[in-house]
Design a protein around this ligand. Structure first.
Ligand code: HEM
Length: 513
């Protein structure tokens, strides 16, 4: 065969291949818009026909604001990709995430979850229903109200350290004895304290963030790893992309991930060598000699690893969000200050038990969840092959479904004045008084810890931390808006990669008079 004939054959092959690809894309697009079982669900044309707008939205970090906008335009159910629906309806919490009337909660999908190869499952990643239930039973002793009460000294220690470190910053700040003040990045300090607490509970020692006023290098790598994992997960919607990813990931990335695991194993080793019992997770996840079953060594490593992001960023973002609201809401801030400062004369009187009973403090935290939620796009599940009923609608099998918390929590048909910070909507007065503008609010819509068998195991700890840290800060300092660029943070503009990618938020910290 001559060189020219070879070229011709080659060209024909390429053009046929190209035509086939174009044909495939065209026919799938037409199928997605017409014959696909989800074709009657509303959504923008491009989102219904290909997954590209969804991926773009995820990769740009704007998925929460985009999905929220789609719900405002199309209603409580939106088709956000050919085989995916987003819900913004209170009933969806139970229909997607809870076991109901003999029907089990919808499972997690292998796109978003599953163990890392060569490592044991963690509670968060485990895909098997039975495997998860078994592991959850073994881990629960580490997270009960009783366990948190036993961990109180650890929590108080770090909350006190946070206040003392901020007092030092204040002393070095502007002003004289009458009024000392300093601009501080609260997002950073709240991350430090939540990291140190979880470091202590998961590995037996804090990460020394508060002491050093900086993030531990390992944690920084871990957070960027989590972000990368979210972006990589979106590629798994395409089988070929998942395969290519598995085979084409640079060796350095794989080595980096293994280094993480090695550090985890070393930290767990060190903790296991401590002979004195301490009320931390590892102690409570192990067999206890009194019949309590425990995690395997591999499971301890995987779960300690997961705690370092699942239990830190969530708390830090919630508290930063609450601060962001409080500095803009003078009346609400004054009410909170009054409650905390009149109830306690001394800092050490602020026990976890006492704080649980403070109505306004708790209302502020719940309004923080509603307006500044750390997971505004929720998490994804997949319907079983036989399909499922969600919000009264029959959803075909193998459909990805999620709940857009931001759209639900800020829905004007469910909340009075939804875009503004009104802690009083959570007070017993508003709940009981038909004259209150918040009486008819759909408070059940706000489920920051999700519901059902895979709801947040760390809920009691998270609430205890949030109450304690917030109360200790409010007791010790006055906080005002800072006239800096980071002080003018627009909350909604922060990108989302699974969790809010928290930016700096500066406030003016003033010594309490
Ligand atoms: C304000 C703070 C927190 C919020 C808003 C939050 C929210 C959530 C949500 C929505 C889920 C369900 C995830 C899903 O459906 O896939 C979850 C699960 C989980 N959370 Fe939290 N969380 C917080 C704090 C914590 C803390 C402090 C810990 C532990 C120290 C923790 C550990 C976990 C774990 C291990 C799971 C997986 C549970 C399972 O699959 O059985 N979280 N969290």
């Amino acid at each position: 065969m001559s060189y020219l004939t070879l070229l011709e054959v080659g060209w024909k092959l390429v053009s046929t291949g190209f035509s086939l690809v174009v044909l495939y894309i065209l026919s799938t697009t037409i199928y997605n818009l017409t014959l696909h079982p989800l074709s009657h669900f509303p959504g923008p044309l491009l989102w219904r026909s290909t997954r590209i707008p969804y991926m773009r939205s995820m990769w740009s970090g704007a998925s929460h604001t985009n999905h929220h906008r789609l719900h405002q335009r199309y209603g409580p159910v939106v088709r956000i990709a050919p085989n995916e629906l987003s819900f913004a309806d209170t009933a969806a919490w139970h229909d997607i995430f809870a076991n109901r009337g003999g029907r089990e909660a919808l499972p997690k999908s292998a796109v978003w979850h599953g163990a890392q190869s060569g490592h044991a499952d963690s509670l968060l990643n485990c895909l098997s229903r039975d495997g998860h239930a078994h592991m959850r039973r073994k881990m629960e002793p580490g997270f009960t109200e009783r366990a948190v009460a036993g961990q109180e000294a650890i929590l108080q220690g770090y909350a006190g350290l946070l206040v003392n470190r901020l007092r030092e910053v204040l002393m070095a700040g502007k002003g004289d004895g009458e009024r000392k003040e300093a601009v501080v990045d609260v997002a950073k300090w709240l991350t430090f304290v939540s990291l140190d607490i979880i470091g202590d509970l998961a590995f037996g020692e804090g990460f020394q963030c508060l002491q050093r006023s900086e993030m531990n290098e390992w944690m920084e790598l871990l957070f960027s790893g989590v972000k990368a994992q979210v972006l990589i997960a979106t590629l798994r919607y395409y089988m070929w992309a998942a395969w290519a990813l598995e085979h084409m990931l640079p060796r350095s990335l794989k080595e980096g991930a293994e280094r993480h695991w090695k550090i985890v194993a070393e930290k767990v080793d060190k903790r296991l060598q401590q002979a004195t019992p301490r009320p931390d997770f590892i102690e409570l996840w192990q067999k206890d000699g009194k019949g309590r079953d425990g995690l395997t060594r591999g499971e301890i490593d995987s779960n300690a690893f997961v705690m370092s992001f699942a239990g830190t960023e969530t708390v830090a973002t919630t508290l930063t969000g609450v601060m962001h609201q409080l500095v803009r809401s003078r009346r609400e801030f004054a009410l909170l200050k009054e409650e905390v400062r009149t109830r306690f004369e001394k800092e050490d009187e602020m026990s976890l038990q006492e704080l649980k009973g403070l109505p306004y403090l708790n209302a502020v935290i719940w309004e923080g969840f509603r307006t500044r939620y750390a997971l505004p796009n929720g998490t994804t599940r997949i319907t079983p092959p036989e399909g499922s009923i969600i919000c009264g609608k029959r959803i075909p099998g193998n459909t990805y479904v999620s709940l857009c918390a931001q759209a639900l929590f800020l829905d004007p048909t469910r909340f009075h004045d939804p875009d503004h910070f009104h802690p009083e909507r959570w007070l017993p007065e508003a709940i009981k008084d038909p004259g209150s503008p918040f009486y008819d609010d759909d408070r059940n819509a706000v489920q920051p810890f999700s519901v059902g068998p895979r709801s947040c195991i760390g809920r009691p700890l998270a609430l205890a931390e949030a109450r304690l840290i917030l109360a200790r800060l409010i007791w010790a300092f006055d906080v005002e808006a800072a006239d800096t660029k980071a002080g003018a943070l627009v909350w909604e503009e922060q990108p989302l990669f699974g969790l809010i990618d928290k930016q700096s938020f500066e406030v003016n910290l003033v010594a309490r008079e």
